[in-house]
Design a protein around this ligand. Structure first.
Ligand SMILES: Nc1nc2c(c(=O)[nH]1)N[C@H]1C(S)=C(S)[C@@H](COP(=O)(O)OP(=O)(O)OC[C@H]3O[C@@H](n4cnc5c(=O)[nH]c(N)nc54)[C@H](O)[C@@H]3O)O[C@H]1N2
Ligand SMILES: Nc1nc2c(c(=O)[nH]1)N[C@H]1C(S)=C(S)[C@@H](COP(=O)(O)OP(=O)(O)OC[C@H]3O[C@@H](n4cnc5c(=O)[nH]c(N)nc54)[C@H](O)[C@@H]3O)O[C@H]1N2
Ligand code: SF4
Ligand SMILES: [Mo]
Length: 741
């Protein structure tokens, strides 16, 4: 009990409870927040939440530390040389107006770039505050985290279904067989499939007599719990998937059911798959042909099945081909759009009929330097640095970041940092002074998640069960607490030159309109009466309504995608040079680059380690705790080694989002757990051609002991570990490296 103001008087804290959806990852769990005197003290799982039923992970539980983080910026900052000055919001907006106006006047609208980071899609501001700003700025230099993440999925769905946002999700709660490739939902909690307690739902598949299989070069927690783990050489998924398609045709296992009437191009796919036999892809994939054949048979025989693939199949050389083949398999087995298969969610704010038919096109305009195609109105983030640092007409001279940390999330981030340091003006909407915002001239910090309303515009359209939830701020924001909506609206006003019109009730009014026009006739009033969310039922079949292609059918063999198949064939011819390939990984207690400042999440063992297989470790004379130097075409860094049989021979793994170093950070805890930045190794010059996505997995690297190792090498304990699955054999190893000496 705390002592009150007067002598002998005891003032009890005012305790309140509020419900809100967690904004930290795609699982969108319901949280029960406890507030004492208006300060967030705990976050628990909301037992009543219609989808998460009380599930929470350590990040959600750390929300109070995030909200109360002493390093969190609460007022705008303006930088003069290396000095930061706290200013009023009005002063900050004047500085932004001056900064942007000057650049636009001198070098034009396209010289202002925008980078939208991942938390943008977790914010109420996603519904109606981003698009107007982009329009007002009128620049073609738009970039986002999508091209270091899921752009191949958008492109594939754009071509297949005519709508890049029509992304089928695995019907987790009803499926009898789930094939997961390049995803580790045990740690990531799922992505492009909003499913709180993903791991519990996977266990439930097994409990009801179903199975799930994981294709991953690493024996992840998800793989360890799977009925089958298939180890694969990084980057080879498109080959494996093509071979699965091949077997379906070859063995007469294609059964499209009701999709038959809605699909074009089946024969063309059959022809393309003709030479991708299991025997032919086996060596490049590092997977025995019989494993591929039995996987295809199991997929075809299951009463219901879904193929689901994420980061490890998107951020690779053949990302769009892989994403396309995932859906091709779902179609050929009749599992697309059927219960237990892969289905299209329908969010509460989405009208059932959401627009006309239009051909999906990319490349309507191109980047200045490399001529890379526009996709969904944006350019590849891999091109951001060169558009800044290579002089010429149309060069980027100013940058607006919204909830992004490209200095840690983009390939060859060292080059990007150098380029940012040379810009004339940078404004960042961000609550932290971090690796990116340190280059800003103005930082506009949005208020914390206890003071913001929440509705998931993005993730309610990707949820494995239709549902809706809305919450108002748990703590009444003060006059100087601006949320992302307010800040973006103000920047839009600056860019259009019109007076600001924002009122704090506006986002809620917009949501209300969208809900009323949506498919379930909901309203803000109804959602406010149901703080644990409204359950809108299991996913329903949506074909043909969901299709937006010109002829209203699934275009199973889009010419643009088919044209990329010869490139895939060349991968079969590459020789094994015996070098290493680098892949990433995620940890449950980490979230991309920005939550390492919370003591709750960084306590315990060092998470930013280079995982090395025991065989390789022995050859390189490395033991756990030693330091290894990793070198790519782009850069070189030294990381502590973790020897583990979980990683395949010839592959090493380093998580991204670390490397909290260099001058000017206001991240007291994170710098004590700095780690190293894996994007100092990833190559900005390699992009997946159809989507412009960065290639962040399957990087050719050289690995060596960082300094002479003194100790006598003994076999590592893990060498004898019996749990390396049979299929986790090392096949060929990457492409010949062109490394700096
Ligand atoms: N090598 C490698 N690189 C990767 C990946 C990988 O697997 N390997 N993964 C990629 C993926 S999937 C993604 S999504 C990207 C992420 O890339 P980014 O979105 O660029 O980076 P984040 O680390 O998510 O940083 C989010 C930023 O938003 C700020 N922020 C947090 N909350 C809010 C808020 O409410 N409002 C505002 N305005 N700002 C906020 C944080 O302080 C931080 O600066 O990284 C990509 N980079
Ligand atoms: N705890 C935590 N949760 C997160 C995030 C986080 O940083 N931390 N980030 C969030 C974001 S932005 C996203 S996009 C999602 C991502 O969600 P996931 O896609 O589930 O993320 P990862 O854990 O990176 O899983 C990718 C897997 O692909 C494997 N892999 C690498 N290369 C290949 C390959 O060539 N082929 C195959 N088959 N596998 C490969 C890796 O070993 C890894 O296990 O997670 C979200 N959730
Ligand atoms: S799983 Fe994701 S949404 Fe759920 S509590 Fe953890 S961070 Fe939040
Ligand atoms: Mo992501």
């Amino acid at each position: 009990m705390r002592q009150g103001p007067g002598p002998g008087r005891v003032k009890l804290p005012t305790v309140a409870t509020a419900f809100r959806v967690c904004p930290l990852c795609e699982a969108a769990c319901g949280l029960e927040l406890t507030l004492e005197d208006g300060r967030l003290v705990t976050a628990r799982g909301d037992e009543g939440h219609v989808l998460s039923h009380g599930f929470i992970c350590p990040k959600g539980a750390a929300l109070p530390q995030l909200v109360n983080d002493p390093d969190r910026l609460r007022r705008p900052l303006v930088r003069h040389a290396s000095e930061w000055r706290q200013v009023t919001w009005d002063e900050a907006f004047v500085a932004v107006e001056d900064g942007l106006r000057e650049v636009v006047a001198r070098t034009g609208k396209d010289s202002v770039a925008v980078y939208l980071g991942n938390p943008t899609v977790h914010s109420l501001a996603y519904g109606g505050y981003i698009a107007p700003l982009l329009k007002a700025l009128g620049t073609r230099n738009r970039y986002s985290a999508a091209t270091v993440d899921q752009m191949p999925k958008h492109v594939s769905c754009g071509f297949l279904y005519g709508d890049p946002l029509a992304i089928p999700v695995p019907d987790l709660d009803r499926t009898q067989f789930l094939l997961i490739l390049g995803a580790n939902p045990w740690e990531s909690n799922g992505s492009l499939a909003t499913a709180p307690d993903f791991r519990g739902r996977l266990k439930a598949i097994q409990a009801r007599g179903g199975r799930f299989a994981v294709v991953d070069p690493r024996r992840t927690a998800t793989a360890a719990h799977a009925d089958l783990h298939v180890g694969i050489r990084p980057g080879a998924d498109a080959l494996l998937l093509f071979a699965l398609v091949h077997v379906l045709f070859e063995e007469g296992l294609v059964r499209m059911g009701r999709l038959e009437d809605h699909v074009n191009g089946v024969q063309a796919v059959r022809e393309l798959a003709g030479d991708f036999t299991p025997a032919r892809v086996a060596q490049t994939c590092g997977i025995e042909p019989h494993v591929i054949v039995s996987l295809a048979r199991e997929l075809a025989a299951a009463p219901s099945a879904a193929v689901y693939a994420r980061i490890g199949t998107c951020t690779v050389e053949f990302g769009t081909l892989a994403q396309w083949l995932v859906d091709v398999l779902n179609v050929l087995t009749g599992n697309l759009d059927r219960p237990g298969g892969a289905m299209f969610p329908l969010a509460a704010h989405t009208p059932a009929d959401h627009g006309g038919r239009r051909e999906f096109v990319t490349g309507r305009w191109r980047t200045r330097v490399r001529g890379l195609a526009e996709v969904l109105g944006e350019f590849p983030t891999a091109a951001l640095a060169e558009e800044m640092d290579i002089p010429g007409e149309g060069q980027i001279r100013a940058l607006v970041t919204v909830a992004g940390n490209p200095a840690r999330s983009a390939p060859n981030s060292d080059r990007l940092e150098r380029a940012m340091s040379q810009l004339d003006f940078i404004v960042c909407i961000d609550p932290y002074l971090n690796e990116t915002t340190r280059y800003a001239h103005v930082i506009l910090p949005p208020t914390d998640p206890s003071r913001t309303g929440h509705y998931d515009y993005a993730f309610s359209g990707l949820a494995i069960r239709n549902h809706a939830a809305y919450s108002r701020p748990a703590v009444e924001p003060g006059p100087d607490d601006l949320d992302d909506c307010a800040i973006l609206s103000r920047l839009t006003a600056i860019a259009t030159g019109r007076p600001p019109t924002f009122s704090p009730s506006e986002p809620e009014e917009r949501l209300d309109q969208a809900l009323r026009a949506g498919s379930y006739g909901l309203s803000v009033e109804k959602l406010l009466k149901t703080p644990h969310g409204v359950d809108l039922g299991a996913l329903q079949p949506r074909i043909p309504d969901v299709l937006r292609t010109a002829d209203g059918r699934i275009n199973l063999c889009p010419p643009a995608i088919a044209a990329d198949v010869p490139r895939l064939r060349t991968a079969l011819e590459r020789a094994d040079d015996g070098g290493f390939v680098l892949i990433g990984r995620r940890h449950l207690r980490s979230n991309n680059s920005w939550m390492h400042n919370l003591p709750m999440l960084v306590s315990g063992p060092d998470r930013c380690t280079l995982q090395v297989n025991p065989e390789d470790a022995e050859r390189l004379r490395l033991r756990t705790g030693d330091e290894a130097r990793i070198t790519s075409r782009v850069g070189s860094l030294v990381a502590p080694v973790e020897v583990t049989s979980a990683i395949a021979p010839g592959v090493v793994s380093l998580p991204h989002g670390w490397g909290h170093d260099g001058p000017g950070l206001r991240l007291g805890t994170a710098v004590e757990h700095a780690g190293v930045n894996s994007n100092a190794l990833t190559d900005e010059l390699v992009v997946e051609p159809l989507s412009g996505n960065a290639v962040l997995n399957g990087i050719t690297v050289r690995v060596e002991a960082a300094r002479p190792i003194q100790h006598q090498i003994r076999p590592n304990a893990e060498v004898r570990s019996p749990i390396v699955p049979e299929t986790l054999v090392s096949g060929r190893r990457g492409t010949p490296p062109a490394l700096p000496e």
